[in-house]
Write a protein that binds this ligand. Structure first.
Ligand code: ZN
Length: 131
């Protein structure tokens, strides 16, 4: 809301709901702003019931406490995401352990002597005894 769009009338404003008059000066402009609000589609303050005001206060409290359906949904998907990330990390760790065990088995196997290249000695030749 700006003064060029809504110039202050010299005689001020009068609410057609409740008849409250607001002077055509800065103080009257401020009071009229509070009474009518900044949103031209909003209701004048005098049109709200105590029940509506309490409902708005309750809604504001829930927003501040992050206790709205939207907030609960966000917390739910954040928790599900955290669980999914932890499961993925655990699966990766398990895969790493499995791969390491397989690699160790391959290395142990490669350290065994090759019988084709180096056949085991047999009988007397192996012991070095003369025939
Ligand atoms: Zn009013």
């Amino acid at each position: 809301m700006n003064a060029e769009t809504y110039p202050t009338p010299a005689e001020g404003w009068t609410c057609f709901h409740c008849g409250t008059h607001f002077a055509g000066n800065f103080r009257g402009w401020q009071e009229a702003l509070h009474h009518f609000g900044e949103n031209v589609q909003g209701d004048a303050w005098c049109q709200y019931t105590a029940r509506q005001v309490r409902a708005m206060e309750d809604q504001l409290r829930r927003f501040r406490e992050e206790d709205t359906p939207r907030d609960r949904y966000l917390h739910k998907i954040q928790a599900e995401h955290a669980v999914a990330v932890r499961r993925a990390e655990e699966e990766g760790y398990a895969r790493g352990l499995r791969d390491a065990a397989e690699q160790s088995a391959i290395e142990r196997e490669s350290q065994k002597p090759c019988f084709a290249c180096d056949p085991p000695a047999s009988g007397a030749a192996a012991t070095g005894e003369a025939q």
